[in-house]
Design a binder for this molecule. Structure first.
Ligand SMILES: *Cc1c(COP(=O)(O)O)cnc(C)c1O
Length: 394
């Protein structure tokens, strides 16, 4: 079905005012696990909530429309969404994944590959020669992308990689968690599947864990929905309800948060205590041009490197008042994380250095607080981070 409404309208109003029972403006939540048959051999539209649920369907419909897909499957977490896509693979078939993908994705791919369920190669997808090698040897079946990457905000050209993948007969899946459909629509760039941890920007309020897969093609969407029913990984109605409620404000949230993030990036870039800032919106970012063309905005995630060592990091994170020291991202509140000891602590230290994740790298998820308060908080924390000797040396 074609929906001619703009994405902002779909996010704000899909399903609003359509309640057939009582005319409720906000779509009601259906927690029921089971549904009455209309008569003998006459099931209704729904029979059992693992298979289908009206609240979850409402969220899936909204997500499919926002991503420009034919259908979506809502599951219990972002990891479950990635695992659902992996159900398409047979032993011996190859997954081509980014070397700097989300840590949980790296772990899932590695553990399933170790069981022989498929083969996985982790590569730098911006290196055309390495990508061609991964696609012209073995049996490539799926190219998984994640852009911008975590925590260094590296950007991959989705259309260029998708073209190469298609030529090699591989399907393309893009983890769009860091930007949300408000800022990037991978299906328009050639992806067959879009993956979300709805835990992040889509829900946006840091109070559920959920995931979704959106498929470009209706047959693929139906096959994934059928498999999600087989394994029972479908999402809970309450989480779907919360996520839908969060998505009503997706566009204004993301727009304000990325405006704040742009101000934070420019501010940090000018501070003597900061060695480097990784934000695709800065003209100095190596993929600034790619980000400008394939994204509708630069997002609200960034990372930066402090001068000094772990002691400066400790002083900085102990000094921030508005930024909360926590993992996860995409909520309305600003968070700071230290990848080397938090999100990427399980990575082998050598692999971490190779990936460019230094001990003084800090990641920010910029929220909805006032720009002045955010910059003020960072300014005072940077002063606290700096040792007296460093301050004197300047
Ligand atoms: C958080 C995250 C995931 C995993 O999602 P969960 O909801 O935590 O299971 C996958 N990919 C990216 C990019 C993420 O940020």
């Amino acid at each position: 079905m074609t929906d001619t409404r703009s994405p902002q309208t779909i996010a704000a109003a899909n399903g609003v005012g359509e309640d057939a029972a009582f005319g409720a403006v906000a779509p009601p939540i259906y927690l029921a696990s089971s549904y009455k048959f209309e008569g003998f051999e006459q099931p209704g539209a729904y029979d059992y909530s693992r298979t289908r649920n009206p609240t979850r369907d409402q969220l899936a419909d909204t997500l499919a429309k926002l991503e420009g897909g034919a259908g979506a499957v809502v599951v219990s977490s972002g990891m479950a969404a990635i695992d659902l896509i992996l159900s398409r693979l047979e032993p011996g078939e190859r997954v081509v994944a980014p070397h700097d993908c989300y840590g949980g994705t790296h772990r899932l791919l590695s553990l399933r590959a170790a069981k022989g369920q498929f083969e996985v190669v982790f590569i730098d997808q911006n290196d055309a020669a390495v990508l061609d090698m991964a696609l012209t040897t073995g049996r490539p079946k799926l190219v998984l992308m994640e852009t911008p990457s975590n925590p260094l905000m590296r950007v991959v050209d989705i259309a260029a990689v998708a073209r190469r993948a298609k030529a090699a007969g591989a399907a393309v899946a893009v983890d769009n968690t860091f930007l949300s459909p408000a800022l990037q629509q991978p299906i328009k760039l050639g992806a067959d599947f879009v993956i979300h941890s709805t835990t992040k920007y889509l829900n946006g309020h840091s109070d559920i864990v959920g995931g979704a897969v959106i498929a470009a093609n209706a047959g693929d969407a139906a096959a994934l929905a059928a498999w999600a029913n087989v394994t029972g990984v479908t999402g809970a109605p309450f989480d779907a309800y919360q996520t839908l409620r969060g998505m009503r404000t997706l566009f204004p949230r993301v727009e304000t948060q990325q405006r704040n993030a742009g101000a934070v990036a420019a501010f940090l870039d000018a501070q003597p205590q900061v060695k480097a800032v990784h934000y695709p919106g800065l003209p100095s970012h190596p993929s600034h041009e790619t980000a400008r063309t394939q994204q509708r905005g630069f997002g609200a995630m960034l990372s930066f490197e402090l001068r000094g060592g772990l002691e400066e990091v400790r002083r900085f994170v102990n000094a921030v008042r508005i930024f909360t020291l926590a993992e996860s991202l995409g909520g309305i509140e600003s968070l700071v994380a230290h990848p080397a000891t938090m999100t990427h602590a399980n990575m082998d230290p050598q692999a971490r250095r190779t990936a460019g994740i230094t001990d003084t790298l800090l990641r920010l998820s910029v929220g909805l607080e006032s720009e002045g308060d955010l910059l003020g908080d960072l300014a005072q924390a940077l002063r606290c981070a700096e040792s007296e000797a460093e301050a004197w040396a300047r």
